[in-house]
Design a protein around this ligand. Structure first.
Ligand code: PNS
Length: 162
């Protein structure tokens, strides 16, 4: 059984992330989505809220589960017995940033190899920052997240002006 670990902030998980999860499922037996903490970021949603939105996004997909961790990715990798870390790459900016993280992880855990999946053209412009910007501008993010996440945000009053 091969296990792929897809870590991220997921604030919130987008349809672009979902596409990466689906394509990872075609390559590995099992996928664990790990909702984690990036110390360089300030979050709009708590770890638990981000995990809830990730669960809503992957609901219905067999062989996928969502976990949270506020620790190091390399430690989670060992705890889960993962075989590979998978990250989606949209552009050169992503690639430069992800390569640095992948190198750091590999240096500190030689088993923790990262595989990069190029985002499909349709999802190149999709990112969590756009979702948060749309909400702040009073627009619905419904082309960027799954309907269940739109409902979740609405139920929380984040889309109350829509
Ligand atoms: O979606 P993001 O913000 O690009 O995800 C980055 C994330 C959360 C995967 C990364 O910051 C991470 O692995 N955080 C866990 C803590 C850790 O292992 N830090 C050292 C790696 S540079």
């Amino acid at each position: 059984m091969s296990l792929a670990l897809i870590p991220g902030s997921f604030d919130p998980m987008t349809v672009g992330h979902l596409d990466i999860v689906k394509r990872t499922l075609s390559l590995y037996d099992e996928v664990v989505v790990a909702v984690m903490v990036n110390d360089q970021k300030t979050y709009e949603h708590t770890l638990a809220e981000r995990a809830e939105m990730a669960k809503l996004t992957v609901a219905g997909l067999d062989r996928v589960r969502v976990v949270t961790s506020a620790g190091l990715l390399i430690d989670l990798f060992d705890e889960l017995g993962a075989d590979v870390i998978v990250k989606g790459i949209r552009n050169e900016v992503d690639r430069a940033y992800e390569e640095k993280m992948a190198a750091w992880n590999l240096e500190h855990n030689p088993r923790a190899v990262t595989v990069f999946l190029q985002a499909a053209d349709d999802y190149e412009q999709v990112n969590s920052t756009h979702v948060r910007e749309l909400i702040k501008a009073g627009k619905s993010p419904d082309s960027l997240v799954v309907p269940a996440v739109v409902d979740y945000l609405r139920d929380r009053g984040e889309l109350s002006n829509l």
